[in-house]
Design a protein around this ligand. Structure first.
Ligand SMILES: C[S@@+](CC[C@H](N)C(=O)[O-])C[C@H]1O[C@@H](n2cnc3c(N)ncnc32)[C@H](O)[C@@H]1O
Length: 278
């Protein structure tokens, strides 16, 4: 049973469940929007950090574009004619992105793998890989590919999480699994975070970081967030145990809200920014 519950966040089963459609990602984005304590919009911050380091880009590539968070920030902050190409390994994500970018003559989206990019060398001014490199089996290949398609003087930017993220959720999970007599779940969440990601860069990147997290005043949204992600590994595939775990989580979160008025979850987020020598 233990093996069945070790769910890798790079595995094709996991990726299909998480990103086959945008449902799970939308729950997490909505939770961030309503209960998040982020100090700024990360995707706008990526644009601002890029603009501080050089001219406005003409061509941008977005790896693992997901639901188009960076695309929307680019259209809010950069000149309208900036050429945007978004790729994602999930055709479900790409279909939704196609609907979003349908009327935009300077945007294109396609299904592709970040590890083998279908673009010529030195094609883009900016390449972004936001909250996605920890899902890629061969992270170094994806970073090398990003670097290859980047023009000299261009920027490779990767937003990701800090290594101590969601500590309160992790403690809650560990306590609940222990109380239910279940073995610990190991999720490879730190394959590419603001610390472990450093080793993949061909030149030392700048790192911009800031605190984030959630403050929940009710248990429902916190539970939906827990259900949408990887924190419990493959436990959700065992309905009886999964329900028992969720019930325990709900009790603990409600008791914390009763005592303190809120259930807070602390995290950290940030951006690596690397400039390709000109
Ligand atoms: C957590 S989402 C992030 C989406 C978006 N970048 C954002 O920050 O909102 C991760 C995305 O990476 C995509 N992805 C995972 N592995 C990939 C790969 N090898 N190549 C391209 N996309 C990938 C997933 O399908 C998913 O849409």
């Amino acid at each position: 049973m233990a093996d069945d519950r070790q769910d890798s966040i790079t595995g094709s089963d996991y990726l299909a469940r998480q990103y086959g459609t945008d449902d799970a990602l939308n729950i997490r984005i909505e939770t961030h929007r309503r209960y998040g304590v982020a100090h700024q919009d990360v995707f706008e911050a990526v644009c601002r950090e890029g603009l501080e380091r050089g001219p406005a880009p003409a061509h941008i590539l977005d790896l693992g574009a997901g639901t188009g968070n960076w695309y929307r920030a680019i259209r809010r902050l950069l000149p309208q004619e900036t050429r945007y190409i978004g790729i994602d390994q999930s055709s479900g994500m790409v279909s939704r992105l196609e609907e979003m970018t349908d009327a935009d003559p300077d945007a294109e989206v396609l299904v592709a793998d970040a590890q083998t990019l279908p673009f010529a060398d030195e094609s883009f001014d900016w390449v972004g890989a936001h909250y996605m490199l920890y899902h890629v089996p061969r992270i170094q290949d994806a970073v090398n590919e990003a670097w290859r398609v980047l023009k000299p003087g261009g920027l490779f930017m990767a937003a990701t999480n800090g290594d101590h993220q969601y500590q309160e959720f992790i403690e809650l999970r560990d306590r609940v699994l222990h109380d239910l007599g279940l073995p610990p779940v190991r999720v490879h969440a730190s394959r590419f975070d603001l610390e472990s990601g450093l080793e993949y860069f061909p030149v030392p990147p700048d790192i911009v970081r800031w605190p984030s997290g959630f403050v929940f005043d009710q248990s429902g949204p916190a539970l939906r967030y827990l259900q949408s992600g990887a924190l419990f590994g493959g436990l959700s595939r065992q309905p009886d145990i999964w329900q028992a775990a969720l019930d325990r989580c709900r009790e603990a979160i409600e008791s914390e809200i009763h005592r303190r008025g809120h259930f807070s979850v602390h995290s950290e987020t940030g951006i690596f920014i690397a400039a390709k020598p000109g």
